[in-house]
Every structure is written in C-alpha cells, then in structure tokens.
Design a protein around this ligand. Sequence first.
Ligand SMILES: NC(=O)c1ccc[n+]([C@@H]2O[C@H](COP(=O)([O-])OP(=O)(O)OC[C@H]3O[C@@H](n4cnc5c(N)ncnc54)[C@H](OP(=O)(O)O)[C@@H]3O)[C@@H](O)[C@H]2O)c1
Length: 264
Amino acid sequence: MTVLAAYSDLAGRCALVTGASSGIGQALAERLAADGTLVVLAARRADRLHEVADLIEHAGGRARVEPMDVADTTATVARIRALDAELGGFDLVIANAGVGMSAKGRSRVAWESMADACHINFCGAAATLTAVLPQMVERGRGHVVGISSIASFTPIPGRGGYCAPKTGLSMLLECLRLELAGTGVHATAVHPGFVRTAMTAKSKGALPFVMDPPAAAARILRALPRAPATIDFPWQLATVARAGAALPRALRDVVLDAVAGRRP
Ligand SMILES: NC(=O)c1ccc[n+]([C@@H]2O[C@H](COP(=O)([O-])OP(=O)(O)OC[C@H]3O[C@@H](n4cnc5c(N)ncnc54)[C@H](OP(=O)(O)O)[C@@H]3O)[C@@H](O)[C@H]2O)c1
C-alpha cells in the first residue's frame, strides 16, 4: 500500500509546511490543499501567510496560518506539539523553511555568514521534523519530509555555510528512515536543483535546469506516495553532483577549483 493511500484514506488529512510564505513551500501548500489536505502554513511573515491562505481558500482548500520562527527551536517544538494534539495528528510534516548564506559576515568563512543557515536550515528543520515523531510512531502512521538540496552532495567552495546544514539535514533523514523502519512512519530527504524563488532571484551565476516552484512541488508530491528515501531532481544535475561527490578528493578538488574559476 502506498503512503498516500495510507493517509489519504483518513478523514481530515493534515499537513504542516514550514516556509509556506513563498517559493517551494507556498507551492507545496497550494498543491496539498488542492488535493483536500488541511495545510498548516508556517513562516515568520504572517501577512504573506494570510495571502497564501486566502489563495488556498479561494480555490476551495483549507489552510491555517501559524506564524513561526523555526530558529527558535524550543518554541517551534512546543507549537507543533500543541497543533498536533489540537488537529488530531499531522499525517505529513514538511520542513522546508530555509535561507541562503547571509551577507552579514565580513567574508564567506565568517560565522556571521553562516549562522542563520545553521540555525534555520539544520536546527530549525531538525526540530520541525522530530517535534511529533514519537506521536506519529504511536499512531503507526506519518511522513516527515525535509527539503534539503543538491548542494548537500558535494562541497562547494565558499558555500560551506549552506552545504553543511543541508548535508546534516539529509543525514538526519537517512538515520530517521532506518530508525523508523516497520513503524508505519516514513522519512524522505528532497534534493532539488535550482528553483526560481526569492532565494535564487539575486543569483548572478547560471542556473542550469532551473524550474518554477509549482513544477518542483508537483515533482515532490508525485513521488512522496512511494515514501522514497530521497527525491532528487532534476536528474541531470543530481547525477553530475553525485558523480562529482564520488570522485577521489584530489581529482574532485581540481574540478571544483576549475568550476569556481580559481585555476586555468
Ligand atoms: N530555490 C532553490 O533553488 C532551492 C534549491 C534547493 C533547495 N532549496 C530549499 O528550498 C527551501 C525553500 O526555499 P525557496 O527556494 O522556496 O526560497 P524562499 O522563497 O526564500 O522561501 C524560504 C521560506 O523559508 C521561510 N523561512 C526562512 N527563515 C525562516 C524561519 N527562521 N522560520 C520560519 N520560516 C522561515 C521564508 O518565510 P519567512 O521569511 O516569512 O519566514 C520562506 O517562506 C529552502 O530550504 C531552500 O534551502 C531551494
């Protein structure tokens, strides 16, 4: 039986999506709601969340706005637990909230450049994913999904503050998947390539195989019912990144330096 069949059979299917105020999270929320799921929309900008909720409700779906800063992990866990109890249990939790590296640091190797990404992309995601995992295991159903990145596959010079929390998130989900085997609860790490969102809007570099958020959301939600360990797309970029990660380090360093334009 597919996971989707397992939870779509239940009346009052319920999902939490963090980072639902824009980009991939908004697209995931809209698509889940269109499919009949009650979606809890979480992010920091309450005004944006209300706009997304209005869009969902005008389209006939159900949404609830929950302003939340996932970097405050204690408050995040407490709020998700309270919502889980109030709403009768989440069937799906998607830890999507994330940021790129910050311009606050005096250089890309300064803590200030990576602090937000570490707190939000790893700690915030880990808190979101695990807040009600014991409750899901007791119920014998549920699915936790983390939006990681193809950037988690291989080191990228100057992007350690983004790659490292994403690699940690993917590793956490792999561990959870093994730990949860046989419980009826599933864990999936999603590794998107480039998606046209606020996060990539300022990028001056090439964005090969870039896709729009609705296409990315469709790709993710089409695959989720099989509860795969990972959802990697586009396959062309994922294949190149995984192959790069498998190279011997000395060779990989030369390739990465060439890509970064540091050697002829
Ligand atoms: N775009 C890409 O090419 C790409 C590729 C691979 C992976 N990803 C990942 O996809 C996820 C979504 O990113 P996106 O591209 O859709 O960018 P986006 O449009 O900037 O969305 C990021 C979302 O995260 C929320 N967020 C940020 N910090 C938060 C916090 N402390 N607490 C709660 N919510 C927070 C933002 O809402 P508020 O500002 O309202 O809080 C926003 O809704 C991220 O995890 C990102 O790393 C993106």
